[in-house]
Design a binder for this molecule. Sequence first.
Ligand code: PAF
Length: 284
Amino acid sequence: MQTAHTLDVLRTRVSSLRKGGETIGLVPTMGALHEGHLTLVRRAREACDHVVASIFVNPTQFGPNEDLDAYPRQLEEDAQMLEREGCALLWAPRVAEMYPDGFVTSISVSGVSEGLCGADRPGHFDGVATVVCKLFNQVAPDMAFFGEKDWQQLAVIRAMARDLDLTLPHVHQIIGVPTVREADGLAMSSRNRYLSEENRAAAATLPREMREAIARIEDGQEIAPTLAALEDALLGAGFSKVDYAVLADASSLKPLEKLEGKAARLLVAARIGGTRLIDNMGVG
Ligand code: PAF
């Protein structure tokens, strides 16, 4: 596997990968890789001739009081994992390469980016949309692979690709890959490593209580009291705050007051010991 730190090197290597008309799958990441990321790489390898993974801790998607400085960085270890998975090229730009002096552009996707995490993390999805658009332009992949754990992020990226008429990857080539979970059900996340042993054990309450709430909703119980009971269960288990627990239309992310026969999703963000965990699951 080769590594590119500059745009010139990236472009040369991408065009040599494409030489015989081969296809490229992009797996954008912020590093600190885990099994969830490696599943994206495997999925990309099945669908495309070559996989390009990017590792870039994108400063513009972190708020002023968030964990940008503390975010885990382990480029060498990550590179070894990607190589073992058969990744062809690692794109690991420095901040000044991605955002040179004078950089002034931002992409803002309204609607899907506004509620849920968008409400708690102002500017976050502008940062995500802008860097993902740049990554798409830099690599011009045929397909791009994202974890469904960040369901709202996936919706924002799809809306951006559709509205900006991106052809590589076209909106239909933006592939969502189901969330990979630990044995106790906790969704894998680079931020799980921030959890103390005690909080890590309590964190498994999140998927468990979500499944319980989904079973009740599918059983016909009212949505609002079921979501209130879910919040109470999380607070009782050691979570300090539930930012949101919402049943939403799976595509528009608009909150639903009842199951209307359309695809629905239960989405939750909750804080435990200073770490913010998110999860989502299909309903109905
Ligand atoms: O999901 C992530 O790791 C990041 O938000 C992404 C898509 C790589 C953009 O920085």
